[in-house]
Design a protein around this ligand. Structure first.
Ligand code: AMP
Ligand code: MG
Length: 401
């Protein structure tokens, strides 16, 4: 009897994205710019202002009209600082002007002060040939009223929020946060702050995932620790399905746990147990409890980290309407050899040193420290080997937040 083939990572992502598209979050809310970081724009952001609103100077210098100017020194007829409204330029004169100040009507050029000389009589001599338009930022060079500045589905970071501020917005309309019920399963787990019992360990996945969920714009419903026991698991899921958009758990999906989560989903929902072609992180349980999607990540901290970053993250962004959920990656040269081909695609914790990826010495899925040491993941495709200096795909961790 041959084992069923493992599902490829990209196929699992496709399935999750299809699931996500059936769960779009349609509600939105207006949020002040200060609180909108990491949120997703619900509607296109349209420009209500031309930027710049008027032609302004890119330099400290002198504004003049070069059309019809004979090259002779010019008297200074006005000074314009940023924030002031200038008068029309008096014919045959120039205006002292500073960066960001509106260019006086009638001027068509700004010369930087370094290329000028103030004569004894106060007139300005221009040392170099000038051309119309130079050092002027024209009205609307960045955008015009009515332009789409940011599309719905855009994740908002400092750049996007600054674009909104430049239009005078105090708030942006963003998709409601997905409410994610976060469960840790395992009889061995204890929360930090409590004494360890023999055989127990502290729960680190809850901290890992609650921060990560926040960074992806989600609201975390902390559902605590669940014992490896189907009845209590079922009761908990029943309670959480009333409020959660997604139930996300770690642990209890491998055969050794008697597959407690899978068992409950088989009884009360529709389980999709995927054996993924991924290392770390082979067992992934996906399904619905009632109408609420459930993603069960494996419990090993690094397995949880890799499967959350590569799979659950994409789901959570897509339910908020984010189109581009694939993390940026690039090819790097590897500073290590990988002589044994694996049957699963491997994601190795690696750091970039001198332009090459080097590995954390212990790649065990139980070792969390490697993730903190590393800059990201080197992907080794199924059946591949690597020699020192070969290239491999690298996914920076920063891309996964
Ligand atoms: P499981 O997927 O439940 O078989 O767990 C695999 C391994 O990960 C076991 O060694 C667990 O003790 C460990 N583990 C499971 N959940 C957590 C957690 N929340 N924090 C830290 N380690 C965990
Ligand atoms: Mg367990």
């Amino acid at each position: 009897m041959s084992a069923s083939p493992l599902m490829r990572v990209e196929d699992a992502i496709d399935r999750l994205l299809t699931m996500a598209e059936a769960q779009w979050i349609e509600d939105s809310e207006a949020v002040p710019l200060e609180a909108a970081r990491q949120r997703v724009l619900a509607n296109d952001l349209l420009a209500t202002l031309d930027l710049p609103p008027w032609p302004n100077s890119a330099m400290d210098g002198y504004a003049l009209n070069v059309e019809g100017w004979d090259g002779a020194p010019l008297a200074v007829s006005q000074q314009v600082f940023a924030g002031q409204a200038p008068e029309a330029l008096a014919p045959g004169t120039c205006a002292r002007i500073f960066t960001g100040a509106p260019v006086p009507p009638g001027a068509d050029c700004v010369e930087m002060q370094e290329n000028t000389q103030v004569l004894d009589d106060g007139r300005i001599r221009f040392k170099q040939p000038l051309s119309a338009g130079s050092n002027i930022r024209p009205q609307g060079q960045e955008n015009r009223v009515g332009d789409v500045l940011l599309r719905a589905g855009k994740r908002l970071g400092p750049f996007e929020l600054a674009v909104a501020a430049a239009q005078g917005c105090t708030h942006v309309q963003v998709v409601r946060r997905p409410r994610v019920a976060l469960l840790s399963t395992g009889d061995e787990l204890v929360e930090p702050g409590n004494p360890l019992r023999p055989g127990s360990i502290y729960n680190s996945n809850r901290t890992l995932l609650s921060h990560w969920l926040n960074a992806l714009g989600c609201e975390v419903i902390d559902a605590g620790i669940l014992p490896d026991e189907p009845r209590q698991t079922r009761l908990k899921l029943e309670q959480l399905q009333r409020t959660a958009d997604l139930m996300l758990s770690t642990g209890g999906v491998s055969a050794g746990d008697a597959d407690c989560l899978g068992q409950v989903l088989r009884e009360c929902g529709k389980p999709l147990l995927w054996k993924l072609s991924i290392k770390p992180g082979k067992p992934l349980t996906v399904g619905h409890f009632g109408r609420v999607p459930v993603i069960g990540l494996p419990g090993n901290p690094t397995s949880a980290l890799v499967t959350f970053g590569l799979l659950a993250r994409a789901y959570l962004l897509r339910i908020q309407g984010v189109e581009d959920v694939e993390p940026l990656s690039f090819l790097v040269s590897v500073g290590f050899a990988w002589p044994k081909p694996g049957s699963r695609r491997e994601y190795l914790r690696a750091r970039l040193e001198g332009g090459r990826a080097v590995l954390y010495p212990n790649q065990s899925s139980g070792v969390l420290l490697g993730a903190s040491w590393a800059d990201g993941l080197v992907e080794v495709p199924e059946g591949c080997t690597l020699e020192m200096g070969d290239t491999a795909r690298f996914i920076p961790f920063s891309e996964l937040f």
